[in-house]
Design a protein around this ligand. Structure first.
Ligand SMILES: Cc1ncc(COP(=O)(O)O)c(C=O)c1O
Length: 400
């Protein structure tokens, strides 16, 4: 089969590797302690679904048609209002483009900005979707190490040191996946200023902007909209990842190019999802977040406590936001002479506890694992982590 050489830019996600094992186990009726896949562990608002299904049956034709590529006008207006309200920066419907999840936005945004040989700055570790897309498009990824000792914030001088006229974009996932790190205000301002000074873009991925357990989100657009491309999604706080809905907020000049490119990545974002997203913003968002955030917070606390108690040699930072923890298991894995990838695969196969190997997110993620606290309840979180710790202790005993 003569497939493209360029397709090798896409290595296949390690999250999916673990997930395939989980699906196999669950199909055979086995209980899995799922700390792997980054999706909300609660269903979407039931009231929203009831109202949505009624609307869908009343207006089946409209809800099944193609829409404008940038999304229906009502939804773009609702998003603009919502974003203005939370960010404090006035944005209009022309600053909004609706996408099939932020995954489509990532692809289309880089298609719109990258020329062969352009540099893109990426923190290491961070969300694993970016690097393959940039490589595929002929861009060059420049990594800046996020420093674990700084709570996974990169050093300001390290970022400044790699800036040049060849840099087209800086990517900041905030709050971060996998580390759970929230960037400080001065770093965010620095990134916007650097993007401005070097005529580049700051790709600001805010997928988890409503999932804060401490403090609140800093909107990069507050320091200027012109060079910021903010990526957002309905996959996290509304808990609708399978509906494939996201959106981009950016300057209208960029939007014109983005919307033209986007006609070729997907004719339009899924129409039914757009109407469900509209209902979420208009009627259900605040109530739903108010109900679900305390549940995630309690699960986060349970996971943090269990890691501290059962894996005392691991270092772990308590996340202020997002859905993840990123414990450093080096003291254990070094003694076992095993890397994080082999560990995660063995753990899921032998104990049915699913975590994601940290190296999937970059070199700096080696010997870490990403664990989400979103899916399991407090009791299962504790049990799963105890199973994981017992497995490590048994393996250490056997290797003596
Ligand atoms: C930081 C971040 N960005 C983007 C995405 C892509 O999500 P979606 O395409 O569902 O919006 C994810 C998914 O986990 C994510 O964590």
């Amino acid at each position: 089969m003569r497939v493209s050489t360029r397709s090798n830019a896409f290595p296949g996600s390690a999250i999916r590797g673990v997930n395939e094992e989980v699906v196999r186990l669950e199909k055979s009726g086995v209980k899995v302690y799922g700390f792997h896949i980054g999706q909300p562990g609660l269903p979407p608002s039931r009231e929203l679904l009831l109202e949505f299904t009624k609307e869908l049956l009343e207006r089946p034709f409209e809800y099944s048609m193609y829409t404008p590529s940038s999304g229906i006008e009502e939804l773009r207006e609702a998003i603009a209002e919502d974003y203005t309200k939370y960010s404090g920066v006035k944005v209009g419907a022309d600053n909004v483009s609706v996408t099939a999840g932020s995954a489509e936005a990532i692809l289309a945004a880089f298609m719109a900005i990258i020329d062969e040989g352009d540099y893109v700055i990426l923190f290491d570790p961070t969300y694993l979707m970016y690097e393959p897309v940039i490589n595929y498009l002929g861009g060059r990824v420049i990594k800046v190490r996020a420093r674990e000792e700084l709570g996974w914030e990169p050093g300001e001088e390290d970022v400044k040191a790699v800036m040049s006229r060849r840099v087209k974009a800086i990517i900041a996932v905030n709050p971060d996946n996998p580390t759970g790190r929230v960037l400080g205000e001065s770093m965010i301002k620095l990134l916007v200023d650097l993007a401005h000074d070097y005529d580049a873009f700051l790709i600001y991925d805010e997928a988890y902007r409503h999932l804060y357990y401490e403090g609140s989100h800093t909107y990069a657009v507050r320091y200027g909209l012109e060079n910021v491309i903010a990526l957002n999604t309905f996959s996290k706080d509304p808990a609708m990842p399978g509906w494939r809905l996201g959106y981009v907020i950016a300057h209208d000049d960029f939007m014109k190019v983005f919307n033209r490119v986007k006609q070729y990545t997907n004719l339009n974002p899924p129409t039914p999802a757009q109407y469900a997203g509209l209902l979420y913003l208009r009627k259900y968002k605040e109530k739903y977040i108010g109900e679900t955030l305390p549940i995630y917070k309690s699960r986060m606390e349970a996971m943090y406590k269990a890691i501290k108690e059962y894996l005392p040699e691991a270092t772990v930072i308590k996340p202020r936001a997002g859905l993840f923890m990123f414990p450093n298991l080096k003291p254990y894995l070094d003694k076992l002479s095993i890397d994080d990838y082999a560990f995660a695969m063995r753990l899921v196969k032998e104990t049915h506890v699913a975590v994601v190997p940290g190296s999937a997110f970059g070199e700096a993620g080696k010997l870490h694992v990403r664990m989400t606290f979103a899916r399991e309840n407090e009791k299962d979180i504790e049990t799963g982590i105890k199973i994981m710790a017992d497995y490590i202790l048994r393996a250490l005993g056997a290797s003596k």
